[in-house]
Ligand binder design. Structure first.
Ligand code: HEM
Length: 186
């Protein structure tokens, strides 16, 4: 079975747990809820992407790694500079390439939900134009190819490293849930 399918099945419960907590999952989302969601995501992506960027060999498996980083798009969408950051202890371990690929599976898979949210924000006139939606728009026409490259990198992992990717995907969802809980208590 492709590793991506295993990761999807293995993290489905955690995904649904996270989705239930997030106000953007509701059918009607206003601008305040949307802004808050971007800030929540920024607080997770910015420190985690800095760690992923430090892995010397990850670009051998994913030559387009830098294009996958989303903190700049989130910052631009928010249009503000002072943003929260998760404490370092709240981030999933991504010290090996196999773990990093498991982390990226979760961060990139979020594009599915982003597409749904963008559709609702456009439908309700909350975000009528392209301004403020670069994160949600993701890779546009390249979305399928970008996802396939990541799935191929996951599938190229040797059997002995697959557990690391599985655990890292679960840890990433758990860390997002913890970050959401501390973010809402701020
Ligand atoms: C930070 C928040 C989120 C993260 C990290 C996340 C991550 C993911 C991941 C990793 C997948 C599986 C990708 C795959 O293997 O195909 C996925 C699928 C999906 N997500 Fe999310 N997601 C998030 C929020 C949401 C929200 C808010 C919604 C609803 C508006 C949503 C709706 C979906 C749907 C419908 C799927 C497809 C499920 C399926 O394959 O059956 N997600 N998401």
């Amino acid at each position: 079975m492709p590793l991506r399918n295993e990761l999807r099945a293995g993290t489905r419960e955690l995904h649904d747990d996270l989705e239930r907590r997030l106000p953007v999952s509701r059918d009607a989302v206003d601008l305040d809820v949307y802004r808050d969601h971007l800030a929540f995501l920024f607080g997770f992506h910015a420190p985690l992407e800095r760690r992923l960027a430090k892995l010397p060999n990850l670009t051998h498996q994913l030559p387009d790694l830098e294009r996958r980083f989303k903190a700049d798009a989130l910052r631009a969408d928010l249009g503000r500079i002072e943003l929260p950051e998760a404490g370092n202890g709240d981030l999933p371990d991504c010290r090996s390439c196999a773990r990093a690929l498991g982390v990226l599976y979760v961060l990139e898979g979020a594009g599915r939900g982003a597409k749904i949210l963008l559709g609702r924000l456009r439908r309700d006139g909350v975000l009528p134009g392209p301004v403020g939606s670069s994160y949600l728009e993701g890779y546009g026409a390249d979305a399928g190819a970008m996802w396939q490259t990541l799935c191929d990198a996951l599938d190229d992992l040797p059997e002995a490293q697959r557990d690391a990717a599985r655990h890292a995907a679960e840890d990433t969802f758990s860390a997002l849930i913890r970050w959401w809980e501390s973010w809402t208590r701020r």
